[in-house]
Write a protein that binds this ligand. Structure first.
Ligand SMILES: Cc1cc2nc3c(=O)[nH]c(=O)nc-3n(C[C@H](O)[C@H](O)[C@H](O)COP(=O)(O)OP(=O)(O)OC[C@H]3O[C@@H](n4cnc5c(N)ncnc54)[C@H](O)[C@@H]3O)c2cc1C
Length: 407
């Protein structure tokens, strides 16, 4: 797709809108949003009214389809003050893109413009009690029934389940094994047999509640299959890549916000007759955090660029960006809290919120260990397909098979 209409001026203007929201109403209510884990409607409405939610949707359905290089800046800008706000941008994407990609024209025309305007909410329901990292364990079954299906299963940790009007449910057709048996279905909240459990209390990310979703004999007509039967994981692939880049942007935005606050604190707090920021050990801490964040930001922006160019290897690079940014985000928010001393530990200061929120980025959309596994396999595959000119393993093997006696 072409992003030619996203000129540098338009890009700067859109990022400035996000910055004004972050410095204005969204930043101002971020602490209050974190106090009670209910969906932060005011923040969501601001994001819809400003056109930020629309950047994730195609022009044909009323969106503005911003390139990923713009999206990551928007997400980072919001995460600098409020994880919930940033997660509403990435979460709308996670829940909306499968509908954009897989719904038939009539269904898409009915639903997507309303998702763009925030009149409808959707949730993405993949994870289950025994199937998180390992989707092969997915047990929700879609049993064929006439020209449709009947769904049975339980989905766990589903973000926005408490407010969603529609659910994209990934299920195993007729209980067959393997990823090819996974299909995605669109189910309305009021479908007979669908029940949403109570909000699951969690460590952080207040403002975007998660809950279990129970499916007991839920009938899905043929036109609510997203994409093709057995194409559930293929359909989710683009969504998951986008979500991983989004997690990297949230982690970096939040860590950048924590560093900004820590540096302000170090410019004011005095110990041993000097400002904290005048002690060399503190300067070095700030310098290392700033440098690592900038390096991680370069990696994330390079991945965003790959995404926009349609690079076929974007997926593994998205894993690298997510792994690096989210592990770094955890470390930086922890160290920034440390610089606030006892105050950092108090709810009165936002650092403990930033640290608690950082943890989820290391778990959601593939935990760090899973991304390490994917990257490690990629490194091995790439190495097997090439030969380093300084290393001759064939010659080494031959020598070992028929060793010369030492002279
Ligand atoms: C707040 C929240 C919101 C969420 N929102 C959604 C949502 O909207 N929709 C949705 O579908 N899901 C959602 N999830 C689920 C999330 O994507 C999963 O929690 C995540 O993928 C990890 O799966 P799991 O929790 O089952 O952990 P497990 O798969 O049980 O893994 C546990 C730990 O073991 C590690 N591990 C697993 N296998 C290996 C291995 N082979 N080698 C080394 N380490 C390994 C993992 O990295 C992890 O650290 C959400 C989760 C949370 C907490």
């Amino acid at each position: 797709m072409s992003h030619a209409d996203w000129t540098p001026a338009r890009e700067a203007e859109t990022v400035a809108v996000a910055r004004a929201l972050a410095d204005g109403p969204i930043g101002a209510r971020a602490n209050a949003v974190a106090e009670q884990d209910v969906f932060a409607w005011d923040t969501f409405r601001d994001l819809c009214a400003s056109g930020i939610v629309a950047t994730g949707f195609p022009l044909a359905h009323g969106g503005t389809e911003a390139p990923m290089r713009v999206r990551v800046q928007l997400i980072e800008t919001l995460a600098r003050v409020c994880s919930a706000a940033a997660s509403m941008v990435t979460g709308t994407d996670l829940a909306g893109r499968p509908i954009v990609a897989g719904a038939g024209p009539a269904l898409a025309a009915e639903l997507v413009p309303k998702l763009v305007r925030g009149e409808l909410q959707s949730a993405f329901a993949l994870t289950e009690r025994l199937a998180g990292s390992d989707v092969a364990g997915l047990a929700t079954v879609a049993r064929r029934d006439g020209d449709g299906w009947v769904l049975d299963g339980v989905k766990r940790y589903i973000t926005r389940a408490t407010v969603a009007d529609w659910f994209t449910v990934v299920a195993r057709v007729d209980g067959a094994p393997g990823a090819r048996a996974l299909s995605a279905f669109l189910v309305p909240r009021d479908a007979p047999g669908l029940t949403v459990g109570p909000m699951q209390p969690k460590l952080g990310w207040a403002g975007v509640p998660a809950a279990e979703v129970f499916l007991r004999g839920v009938r899905v007509p043929r036109e609510r299959l997203l994409g093709v039967e057995g194409g559930g994981m293929a359909l989710a692939q683009d969504t998951l890549v986008r979500a991983r880049i989004g997690h990297a942007a949230i982690a970096l935005g939040r860590a950048g916000g924590a560093l900004e606050m820590a540096a302000q604190w170090c410019g004011r707090r005095r110990t041993f007759g000097a400002r904290l920021g005048e002690h060399q050990g503190v300067q070095w801490m700030l310098a290392e955090m700033a440098t690592r964040l900038e390096a991680s930001r370069c990696l994330m922006r390079a991945v965003a660029d790959r995404y926009d160019r349609g690079d076929p290897e974007v997926s593994v690079h998205a894993s690298m960006a997510k792994l690096h940014a989210t592990d770094l985000g955890m470390q930086v928010t922890t160290d920034c809290l440390q610089l606030f001393g006892g105050n950092g530990y108090l709810r009165e200061f936002p650092l403990e919120r930033f640290m608690r929120d950082a943890k989820l980025n290391q778990i959601g959309e593939g935990a760090s260990e899973i991304h390490k596994t994917l990257i490690g396999r990629h490194v091995l595959r790439a190495a097997a397909a090439s030969r380093h000119p300084c290393l001759d393993l064939d010659a080494f093997d031959a020598r070992m098979a028929d060793p010369e006696p030492p002279r």
